[in-house]
Design a protein around this ligand. Structure first.
Ligand code: ATP
Ligand code: MG
Length: 567
């Protein structure tokens, strides 16, 4: 990984003022744009937002907040074949969830179709655009390569009148899909391939999710984007690095036309995370191929997936702040994102006890009918969270991993003859393990020390292990879903294979017989808890009173916290 990446990943340092802020500070000093900062976030509604978009949202809306400016949400909806209302709605929902808001209304590039059409006519009249009848293959051939200049199209010198007439025919639906395109007339010998007479309008008979069948020609991204920015009075048009080579075209189009506003395009590196994929095309592929359960599958890096998993908006904003913006592409460790999730949940998530793989324990010297209420703090990080009562009786469950029949030397939890502490309760000693025919332990018998309630003993003896537990009679059954990385390779598909070949077959493990402390039955979907020793868990949307389903948000182990301490 690059040097740059390392710098990027250090948690919890004050973020550096980034290069975009420096550009803006300079503009403000020179009173450019009358001291106004107006940004935009321009998603194409062809999929759900992912954590990469969150970086862009935090940046664009964050700058508007910092400089008391504005940020528009604009749907870049110029490609009707892939766009849908479902995506528009999900984007608005996710943006709000992340904690940002647009003023009054969202904008749509499709609202400007008439204006864009008029601008295209203006270009034709200025002899800066022409209708070209080369087919796509010929256009590619004529374009040349990075080392070879392009050739001019035989249609390049059509008269203004003929171009205007043909463009009008395109619009009226008198020509077939793909029969011709409108191209900007720039320079077929340019060193930048984007400047070799790029197509700016194409014919496509597709019903648009907003304009329906009003148009059968649609503007290309490069043409629509700069003009939409200009129409909205955007001052700083911030996009990802792959558009750097498009900037000359962005500027060229605005320079040719009579526009009031010429925004400045600024590029930054997109966010990449290891062990996942971020492109909407790939995410869609997984959703449609049912490798995951919908766009909000908790294993996906989509905002709706992360939300369902229990990630908080604040954690994502803190993460975005920390990674900052720069000009070099790099891959950020997904562990850093999880670090910020733990940091936030540690602060806010109530603690509770849940046993994921239950092993029955019978406490022989505890009165059979007795039920005690023990007191437990809800969050040691937050006194105001108060305390709760936990029932205790003679039959409890502990985690089966917390018992070993023949313990190895460093095993300090329960084994025959050993004593451990039960969190918030008593010391118990294992007197007998009952095994089945296969030699598996199915039940334990223990004795407890009545004088050890709350964790201390009369003689001051110490034990090394503290276990979580639940009372058998008063606990609730639940399903718990444990997640691992969606892919088993840091960069899926890196060896030129189909990226889906790198899917991790163990990314989801379902435990269906977990036992929960009673208070957890009151949880509402989206509520997050720390299950002692097991991690953070969030009640899933599909839960009902009948069936509780918890998603593990993250485990407790935080490798980034250690790195942070050594710095
Ligand atoms: P994808 O490849 O995931 O489909 P996209 O760039 O085509 O991404 P858009 O809907 O066009 O998706 O993105 C809207 C905005 O979000 C753009 O300004 C884009 O640059 C930004 N963006 C998209 N992905 C990332 C990312 N990984 N990191 C930072 N910004 C991103
Ligand atoms: Mg895009």
């Amino acid at each position: 990984m690059s040097q740059n990446n390392k710098e990027n990943n250090t948690p919890n340092q004050a973020p550096r003022s980034n290069f975009i802020q420096e550009i803006i500070n300079n503009d403000l000093k020179n009173n450019k744009n009358d001291g106004l900062v107006h940004t935009r976030f321009p998603p194409e509604p062809n999929g759900y937002l992912h954590i990469g978009h969150a970086k862009s949202i935090c940046l664009n809306f964050g700058l508007a907040q910092k400089y008391k400016g504005l940020c528009n949400l604009r749907f870049d909806d110029t490609n009707p074949c892939k766009e849908e209302v479902e995506y528009v709605n999900s984007i608005i929902r996710d943006l709000h969830w992340l904690g940002f808001d647009f003023k009054e209304k969202p904008y749509y590039a499709s609202d400007y179709f008439q204006k864009l059409y008029d601008y295209a006519r203006e270009l034709i009249k200025k002899d800066k655009a022409y209708v070209c009848h080369l087919n796509p293959e010929e256009i590619r051939e004529y374009r040349g390569t990075l080392t070879q200049p392009g050739k001019e199209s035989p249609y390049r010198n059509r008269s203004l009148e003929e171009n205007l007439e043909l463009f009008e025919s395109m619009r009226k639906g008198e020509l077939k899909d793909g029969e011709c395109v409108l191209r900007a007339k720039i320079d077929m010998k340019s060193g930048n391939l984007n400047m070799r007479d790029p197509a700016i309008y194409r014919i496509r008979r597709e019903t648009h999710h907003r304009t329906k069948d009003k148009w059968c020609i649609y503007p290309m991204y490069d043409f629509a984007h700069c003009l939409s920015d200009s129409i909205e009075g955007i001052t700083h048009s911030i996009c990802t690095l792959e558009f750097e080579n498009h900037r000359p075209l962005y500027d060229w189009i605005l320079d040719q036309l009579d526009v009031d506003c010429h925004p400045q395009q600024i590029e930054f590196a997109r966010l990449n995370l290891n062990y996942t994929v971020m492109s909407k095309r790939k995410l869609q592929d997984l959703v449609e191929g049912r490798q995951v359960n919908g766009w909000d599958d908790p294993r996906l890096p989509t905002l709706s997936g992360l939300k369902r998993r229990g990630y908080t908006a604040k954690a994502i904003r803190n993460f975005a702040e920390r990674i900052g913006v720069n000009k070099m592409n790099s891959i950020v460790d997904i562990g850093l994102l999880q670090h910020f999730v733990r940091e936030d949940l540690n602060r806010i998530a109530p603690r509770a006890m849940a046993v994921l793989k239950p092993l029955k324990v019978i406490i022989d010297n505890y009165p059979q009918e007795k039920v005690e209420e023990l007191e437990a703090v809800n969050n040691p990080e937050d006194e105001s969270a108060g305390t709760r009562k936990i029932p205790f009786s003679s039959v409890i469950y502990i985690e089966s991993d917390d018992f070993q029949l023949n313990p190895h030397k460093k095993f300090f939890r329960l084994s025959p003859g050993k004593e451990v502490r039960l969190k918030h309760a008593y010391y118990i000693t294992c007197t007998k393990a009952v095994t089945n025919d296969a030699g598996e332990t199915i039940e334990l018998h223990c004795s407890y020390d009545p004088d050890s309630r709350g964790g201390g003993t009369k003689d001051g003896r110490k034990v090394k292990g503290t276990l979580h537990w639940v009372c058998a009679q008063h606990s609730h059954t639940a399903e718990v879903r444990l997640y691992d990385h969606l892919f088993s390779k840091p960069v899926p598909g890196s060896d030129d294979q189909d990226f889906k070949k790198d899917l991790n077959p163990d990314s989801l493990k379902i435990l269906s017989n977990c036992r929960l402390e009673p208070c957890l039955s009151q949880a509402k979907p989206g509520d997050t808890f720390q299950f002692l020793r097991q991690g953070y868990f969030c009640l899933d949307l599909d839960s009902s009173g009948e069936k509780l389903i918890f998603n593990r948000t993250v485990s407790l182990k935080d490798s980034w916290a250690k790195i942070q301490k050594t710095q």
